[in-house]
Write a protein that binds this ligand. Structure first.
Ligand SMILES: [Zn+2]
Length: 251
């Protein structure tokens, strides 16, 4: 029986007590625990398409916070683990702090430097080390709340920029805020994405374009039990998922 776990992290900081940050110690303890329990690390698309081991973990990060480059990347290198980064393509290379609903209130305060985005060079360094770089739309909107043309623009532009900057096709997407519905899933497929990550820990019938992830947050005392409850994908997975992948590809 396969067990594929996809945790979702954002920032990593020793001092930032934002809900979307975790301390380096907590991150290391969680990664070590996966390793001890025999989980093989995989990129997000691999974990869906062809998990390399019965126990597979795809560590994912949303938003391309620079702290992931500074702290999580070297830590995971040391542990022999690779991950997946989902980048809002409007942000790398800009000097000002990232800004959207949900992180805006940290601007102007002592933690503002935590809002720095990674550069494209840093993202390429991750990719060269074996990470997958996916898109997190262009500007990080709530996708269910924008009109069809804006939705298509957010997805197509992000995929194009990610593909151009990384020099390889961008296959994966993470829905900002985990916010998606059937219209959004269809638009993601139409924009050329094959895989997309949600923030629902459990989806009865996971599809490549609506894949469950477990969000891990600051002060989260309950992550162990939630990871245990995360999707156990049984032996039916291969055939059912195979059909879904074929549908997505229009085969
Ligand atoms: Zn995000």
């Amino acid at each position: 029986m396969d067990h594929v776990v996809v945790p979702c992290y954002h920032a990593v900081s020793a001092s930032w007590d934002a809900d979307l940050s975790v301390t380096p110690e907590r991150l290391e303890a969680q990664l070590e625990r996966f390793r001890r329990r025999g989980y093989r690390p995989a990129r997000f698309s691999e974990a869906i398409e062809a998990p390399p081991a019965p126990r597979t973990v795809a560590i994912t990060f949303d938003d391309a916070f620079r702290s992931v480059y500074d702290i999580a990347f070297p830590l995971m290198q040391r542990l022999g683990m690779t991950g997946t980064m989902f980048v809002p393509t409007a942000w790398p290379g800009r000097d000002e702090p990232m800004s959207w609903a949900g992180i805006d209130h940290w601007s102007g305060g002592p933690h503002e430097p935590e809002l720095a985005c990674m550069s494209w060079d840093q993202l390429r360094e991750l990719q060269d080390a074996g990470w997958e770089i996916g898109a997190h739309t262009h500007t990080h909107p709530h996708l269910t709340e924008i009109d069809d043309a804006t939705l298509a623009g957010e997805l197509e532009r992000a995929r194009q920029i990610c593909t151009d900057r990384m020099g390889r096709p961008c296959a994966s997407l993470a829905y900002p805020y985990g916010d998606y519905d059937e219209r959004v899933v269809a638009a993601a497929g139409a924009a050329g994405f094959t895989y997309a990550a949600t923030l629902k820990a459990s989806i009865p019938d996971p599809r490549p374009l609506a894949w469950p992830r477990v969000g891990i947050y600051y002060g989260d005392a309950d992550w162990r039990s939630r990871l245990k409850l995360s999707p156990v994908v049984n032996s039916l997975r291969a055939s059912r998922l195979g059909d879904a992948v074929d549908r997505v590809r229009g085969v």
